[in-house]
Design a protein around this ligand. Structure first.
Ligand code: TRP
Length: 345
């Protein structure tokens, strides 16, 4: 079969940076959806691959011991959320050197102008671009390599990563065009709906973030039941009762966020939740939300702490995942080198 006729089998890839603690936002926005993809992959017979992108994390300074701990914690979070190393490939980016190798090729395909337009680069580098790392600038080329080293076709990510997945398509298209091949697929970003965007508990206009100075603004995946309940009790709201329809949440960012979290935790949507809880005061709704959050999250946080007690076991699982990932990545890198004109070793 000539390469022009290659068709790409569906394959899902996504990654999370091990650059800090995991929040409810990571769980609802990423991990829970990864588990749904894993289950679909099992039914429909496609591969699902989830990575801890430590090479991306060091584009800004990371303390080495903290990075090691956070990488294991992220792996524990993946597994505790329901990703099964027997069903999905779970691994650590730096253990599969083909990512960095393909990233170099892509550094030579991508244009400076493309990189300069990336909004994440502009945000993260800030005013002092001269002092940002070269890795931070090249970040999207490494991300393209993460995806394309597996010929992944579907990439579930948050809205903030859409531009990077589109750049991945541009890199694939330019590579295919320059070398006259149809080798890399044009990957689809699969963007999470607004429904999974979890906002701060203190300010409904800000994303729930691991870097928020106030721990009360977020629910961490490692919080115990009392902490979760307390944070929800103290969450900022307004004095009005809950509306019966979604329109009634307009201009009430904090109220909307809590209803949204409730809906996501019970796999429902805002409209159906409001049908049940419309008319209630927050004094009544918050305990309902706290119970639901504890019911869903505390098994995950206790499983995470159990897994963290045996870091060797986590490392073993990641090692096996890396072997499986390499089995896919190595032939794709070898073919890429051949296309580019590198002599075989
Ligand atoms: N840039 C992504 C983020 O910060 C993480 C990431 C790196 C990623 N490589 C990826 C996500 C490949 C999807 C696919 O969220």
């Amino acid at each position: 079969m000539s390469e022009a006729q290659t068709s790409f089998t569906p394959r899902v890839f996504s990654g999370i940076q091990p650059s800090g603690g995991l929040t409810l936002g990571n769980y609802l926005g990423a991990m829970r959806r990864f588990v749904q993809w894993q289950d679909r992959g099992q039914q429909e017979g496609f591969e699902t691959i989830f990575c801890m992108v430590d090479l991306h994390a060091i584009t800004v300074w990371q303390d080495p011991d903290a990075l090691r701990r956070q990488t294991r914690e992220l792996a524990a979070g993946y597994i505790a959320s329901g990703l099964d190393p027997a069903k999905s490939i779970l691994f650590n980016q730096s253990q599969v050197p083909e990512h960095a190798q393909l990233a170099w090729i892509f550094n030579c395909v991508a244009r400076m102008g493309w990189m300069q337009r990336m909004t994440q680069w502009k945000d993260k580098a800030g005013k002092n671009t001269q002092n940002a790392s070269l890795g931070l600038f090249a970040y999207p080329a490494l991300m393209a390599a993460d995806i394309l080293i597996y010929h992944a076709t579907h990439v579930p990510v948050g809205e903030d990563q859409k531009q990077h997945v589109e750049l991945t398509r541009d890199i694939a298209a330019k590579f295919n065009h320059d070398y006259k091949v149809d080798f890399f697929p044009e990957t689809e970003p699969v963007i999470e709906g607004a429904a999974t965007r979890v906002m701060s508990l203190r300010d409904g206009s800000k994303k729930m973030s691991k870097s928020d100075p106030s721990d009360m603004a977020r629910i961490n995946m490692t919080d115990d039941a009392d902490t979760i309940a307390n944070k929800i009790r103290k969450a900022r709201t307004d004095p009005d009762a809950l509306p019966s329809e979604a329109e009634g949440l307009e201009g009430r960012a904090e109220a909307r966020n809590l209803v949204n979290i409730y809906a996501a935790l019970c796999d429902s949507d805002i409209a159906s939740v409001l049908k049940d809880v419309g008319g209630r005061q927050f004094s009544e709704f918050k305990p309902m939300l706290a119970d639901l959050a504890v019911e869903k999250l505390s098994p995950i946080s206790s499983e995470m702490s159990r897994l963290m007690e045996t870091p060797d076991e986590i490392d073993r699982i990641l090692g096996l995942g890396a072997d499986r990932a390499r089995a896919i990545a190595a032939p794709i890198l070898a073919r890429t080198y051949e296309i580019v004109g590198m002599i075989k070793s």
